[in-house]
Design a protein around this ligand. Structure first.
Ligand code: NDP
Length: 299
């Protein structure tokens, strides 16, 4: 069998288009323009690329983008004061603090300071609790993107066996909660899981969020399974001065021979993350203004 390739890049463009359409409608009908504030502390090159890309896509969707770039030695109190002012600013509907933060800043304290209603990353403990108890929450962007791809591919997920590999707070755990909410039978695997290949082989849906290049092999999969590869790993360059290829946590070549459908890396889950950030900002704006939530763009 040769798997269908799930085109996350095209799906993400479609999500961004739907967000832009709804933003235009909201402006016309209510005079409201959603605003997303992104806070970057320090000069981590990868974070700078992400923040630039987020700002560009926010503006392209017709939203206001507010970028706050702080120096690497910014005191924690100063960052918390900025978050307070963003919480109080009615023009700001979503707040994202780019992680990781410099070592002298307490990440948990900072995430807890963001108003849960503006927490478009879904990392605030209130949103974690709301998601876990099946209530209306802001849902972390990457797992939300994976869920959208799965629903689009499979329709109703009810009764499917799902294995999530990885139990991080930003991907694995919220992913498992979302699948459970869609009535999957969910197994969460991690570094202490025994017989991981055997566990994965029982799954109709596999979500790999491990951070280990090409770990999941084709012969671990049930024939016809749907595979969502969250991993982004850069292999060492083959030649000196080269960049090194990007690969996922799944061995794409062997997996594509067995799976029914699979996301590639790059071009799978990656582009969905920012698209879902925009969707979450729109959702937060609707909730703040008592408007109907955008259909198909939330969990
Ligand atoms: P973490 O390092 O926080 O978590 C990795 C998880 O994988 C842990 O739960 C760990 O288990 C588990 N794990 C590690 N080794 C094994 C193993 N040999 N067998 C089974 N499980 C194992 O990573 P993240 O969740 O933050 O990210 C995972 C991947 O997803 C990374 O490649 C990251 O770059 C990528 N990513 C991609 C995003 C996107 O936009 N596409 C966004 C976020 C992340 P344990 O808990 O026991 O240590």
């Amino acid at each position: 069998m040769t798997a269908k390739i799930i085109d996350g890049k095209a799906f993400a463009a479609n999500v961004r288009g739907r967000v832009a359409e709804q933003v235009a409608g909201m402006k016309a009908a209510h005079g409201i323009t959603p605003g997303l504030a992104v806070v970057l502390v320090g000069e981590d090159p990868a974070s700078q690329v992400y923040v630039r890309s987020k700002g560009k896509q926010t503006v392209e969707a017709g939203m206001n983008s507010f970028e706050h770039k702080l120096s690497v030695d910014t005191p924690e109190a100063e960052l918390l004061a900025l978050i307070d002012s963003l919480n109080a600013d009615p023009a700001v509907n979503g707040i994202l603090v780019q992680l990781p933060l410099p070592g002298h800043i307490d990440e948990e304290k900072v995430l807890a300071a963001v108003d849960p209603a503006k927490d478009v990353d879904g990392f605030h403990i209130s949103n974690v609790g709301l998601l876990a108890t099946g209530q209306k929450a802001m849902v972390p962007c990457t797992p939300l993107g994976c869920l959208m791809l799965l629903r689009d591919e499979l329709g109703d997920l009810s009764g499917k066996n799902a294995v999530v590999i990885g139990r991080s707070n930003i991907v694995g755990k919220p992913m498992a909660q979302l699948l459970l909410r869609d009535s999957c039978t969910v197994t969460v695997a991690h570094s202490r899981t025994q017989d991981l290949p055997g566990t994965v082989r029982r799954a109709d849906i596999v979500v790999a969020a491990v951070g280990r290049p090409e770990m999941v092999k084709g012969d671990w999969l049930k024939p016809g399974a749907t595979v969502i590869d969250v991993g982004i790993n850069r292999l060492p360059p083959v030649e000196e001065g080269g960049k090194g290829r990007l690969v996922g946590d799944v061995d794409f070549a062997s997996a594509a021979e067995v799976a029914g459908a699979i996301t590639p890396v790059p071009g799978g889950v990656g582009p969905m993350t920012i698209a879902c950030l925009l969707a979450n900002t729109l959702t937060a704006t609707c909730r703040a203004n008592g408007l109907a939530e955008p259909e198909g763009l939330t969990a």
